[in-house]
Design a protein around this ligand. Sequence first.
Ligand code: HEM
Length: 441
Amino acid sequence: MRDFRADALSTFLHLRETYGDALRFRFLLHFHGHAFFHPDHVEHILVHNNRNYVKMRGPGNELLRPVVGNGLLTSDGDFWLRQRRLAQPAFHRRRIAAFSTTMTGAAGAMLDRWADRAGTGQPWDVAEEMRRLTLEIAGRTLFSVDLTGEAETIGDAFVTASQKVIDYSAIPYGSLFLRVPFMPGVRTLNRNVAALDSVVNGLIAERRQRRREGQGESADLLDMLMDARDEETGATMTDEQLRDEVMTLLLAGHETTALALSWTFYLLSQHPEVRERLEAEVDAVLGGRVPTMDDIHALAYTSQVIDEALRLYPPAYLLSRFVVENDVVDGYDIPAGSVLSLSPYVTHRHPEFWPEPERFDPDRFTPEQQAGRPRFAYFPFGGGPRQCIGNRFALTEAVLVLAMVTQRYRLDLVPGHPIALEPLITLRPKHGILVTSTGRS
Ligand code: HEM
């Protein structure tokens, strides 16, 4: 526990190197935890026997509950399936094509705002800028609202709440302590969750008001969630269910993509040869015009750069599950009632599938290279029925934004700026990513 608390990622890497692909550890004398790192193990757990590995009571998910409640990310069973089916159409390819103009519109406005500081040597945090951008895009596309005014509240509240949640994850029964309001830190957590709640509840109340007044339906995800009726009872979602789904989609839908882009800019600043190749592709494919969804296919290297950044810095670096019934994974007995973790961060560095795993090399994601690896050597979006609902949304957004930034600017890490990993709920750069920018003619 002490090692995990000090440096969870290195501890997992070290344990895999020392003990191999399957680990069992004991805590509090009789509780068992497992971690699996081999792609075949990951496939068994996420796909072949996924019903046996649920989110409820999975440690990470229990700890997320104060923030996202019983939304898509943390619920299970029939309830989850119903909500998933309900939300799925909002992520259809056609919808994402429509969203893509909102994405490029918001990115274009951001790039115009960057013009003043280009070439001045003034340092700024690209991680913060990416978070604002992806929050704006999530708000506009999913809920037809402008959340730019709330960016600070949401950002600060989410980071502080994540920190408290992670503090408690290192304590046995941590999720139970979270229910005790006078525990140290819990008050801070509750205050920050309340700040997030007020944004989300405001958004829901405003929509209810507009619908009552019969003002033009926006037919967005929020309307879909509000219109949904239970097949048997005909009941609509309660305010609490609605709050949980909106909070889930808002947080899951912006923070992760912002991190994917932020880590990409960091890596590019360290690999000028990759950046030049990327610039050449973007210039050749787009010739200075704004990209559309139809360009994504031709922006093959741009996509590979994002894929490789997601390999080295997967924003969702740890997935956790609760074991329902006894199972055997690759010859190892996995008892019912234990918990297990899968780590994209560790499997993405598995030397059997990734030679020189720490090297940043987007050519690992050419179609030929990909065909030579097992499916679950790479799973930044999870897999099986619980695969990320927003993966296509996220990749479209990331490729379009990366192409647009590359068209106009070069970002360089401020010399000496420390880059440290902070594995909270997502994998964040602890001190941000301070850069300076220069315009590209
Ligand atoms: C680069 C960006 C993203 C990454 C790396 C990412 C990663 C993931 C992963 C690994 C999971 C599965 C977790 C598990 O199995 O325990 C997941 C689930 C989920 N993600 Fe994402 N995600 C991203 C973007 C998005 C976006 C843009 C949205 C919404 C707009 C979104 C919404 C969700 C939801 C609702 C779930 C739960 C799905 C379910 O269980 O049915 N994510 N994500």
